[in-house]
Design a protein around this ligand. Structure first.
Ligand SMILES: [Zn+2]
Length: 380
């Protein structure tokens, strides 16, 4: 496929609105495009209007399985008036294509789709399988990667590239995990002139925060990871009470812990459960924990065969780093087999989730070529 067609395919995909939903339109678009080149792709429905997509290209001999993956959802564009360019217009100005999802991460994923097509078209030989894994709902819930992992689509892979925006000068082989949770403090309302008749949910929560925070501090100091730093917990939202002269009946606290392999999600859950159990013994009211999201930290070798292949193709010793945020790899890496991992794709990551998100067209085209060469090199 020539550059012009490759660019217009990306523009088509940006114009399909998949703000935290409706990924089926992108899955169907890719499926149809792949079909034009005689590549079968399977739609795997998550929910009505939300579909994952799996496609495979097989070499002449059996061999390794390399998976290329990306998510089809984008975060909300917000107020369109704030944007200089239409967030779903995919306008190209001075070499930059603007739009929601250009960087995060339709450029990366589309470059991967085009790699399958180019390999098929060119008839270049390789061994093994190149598998495309396009997921739904990465930004909220990581639903697609969870479903695909549970259904076994990642069980047999040897290597995985997730085309999230790293840019071409850096690659990612580790990222933190994330636990999002809420704690509900149940008390009893009373007139504020007679607080002894009520149970103050807010003061109960205050005590919980103090105790849990001390434990998180200590756990955070107990371990650190070379690429990821330490585990940390941030209390982010608090809502409690409804009336200035009433003892508050309920207080809700929300928080996000960022974990590392050495101090993982289970450590966080243990701290929360023990603190709540201890407090429930002491207080008159009751504390309750709801875990809203639980994504594992990920760490794979930065000297793996896959990473070596990337460095060879790029012709440079690209440094590998760790990320603070989680990706679909949190779910994919739950499978038993320890596959190689690299998060590597086009984009200006500073513009992800912002107004005027863009991708440099030449960056996108660079990765279109790189993903072809990488498959040929890795699948020998
Ligand atoms: Zn992303």
């Amino acid at each position: 496929m020539n550059d012009e067609k490759g660019i217009s395919v990306l523009q088509d995909v940006i114009r399909l609105k998949t703000e935290n939903n409706h990924e089926a339109v992108v899955a169907e678009y890719y499926q149809q495009l792949l079909a034009e080149y005689d590549i079968d792709a399977e739609i795997i429905e998550y929910a009505p209007g939300r579909s994952n997509l799996i496609a495979e290209l097989k070499g002449s001999e059996p061999g390794k399985i390399l998976a290329y993956s990306g998510h089809m959802d984008v975060v909300a564009a917000g107020d369109h008036e704030e944007w200089t360019y239409d967030p779903f217009g995919a306008e190209i100005v001075d070499g930059k294509m603007y739009g929601r999802g250009t960087t995060d991460m339709k450029a990366g994923l589309t470059a991967m789709v085009l790699a399958l097509i180019d390999l098929k078209e060119s008839g270049k030989d390789f061994n093994g399988t190149l598998r495309l894994v396009a997921s739904v709902g990465e930004e909220i819930g990581m639903y697609g990667s969870k479903q695909l992992t549970d259904e076994g689509y990642m069980d047999d892979i040897d290597a995985l590239v997730i085309g999230e925006p790293s840019g071409k000068d850096i690659l990612v082989t580790a990222h933190k995990g994330s636990v999002q949770y809420e704690v509900i403090s149940h008390g009893k309302a009373a007139h504020s002139s007679m607080p002894e008749k009520g149970i103050n949910s807010l003061m109960q929560m205050n005590a919980f925060i103090t105790e849990a925070d001390a434990k998180f501090e200590e756990a955070g100091k107990s371990a650190s990871n070379e690429k990821l730093g330490s585990m940390l917990n941030v209390f982010t939202v608090i809502e409690g009470g409804t009336q200035i002269n009433s003892v508050p009946e309920q207080t809700i606290l929300k928080a996000n812990a960022r974990t590392i392999p050495e101090c993982d999600n289970q450590v966080v859950l243990d701290i929360l459960n023990t603190t709540i159990d201890e407090m429930n013994e002491k207080v008159d009211g009751r504390l309750e924990l709801n875990v809203l999201q639980n994504n594992m930290a990920v760490e794979r070798s930065d000297q793996s065969k896959l990473v070596q292949s990337i460095r060879k193709i790029a012709g440079r010793d690209i440094p590998s780093i760790g990320l603070g945020g989680a990706t679909d790899a949190s779910n994919f890496c739950r499978v038993e087999k320890e596959f190689d991992l690299a998060i590597f794709g086009p984009g200006a990551s500073a513009t992800a989730h912002t107004v005027d998100e863009y991708v440099e067209v030449k960056d996108y085209l660079y990765f279109c070529g790189l993903f072809i060469d990488l498959a040929l090199d890795y699948l020998q």
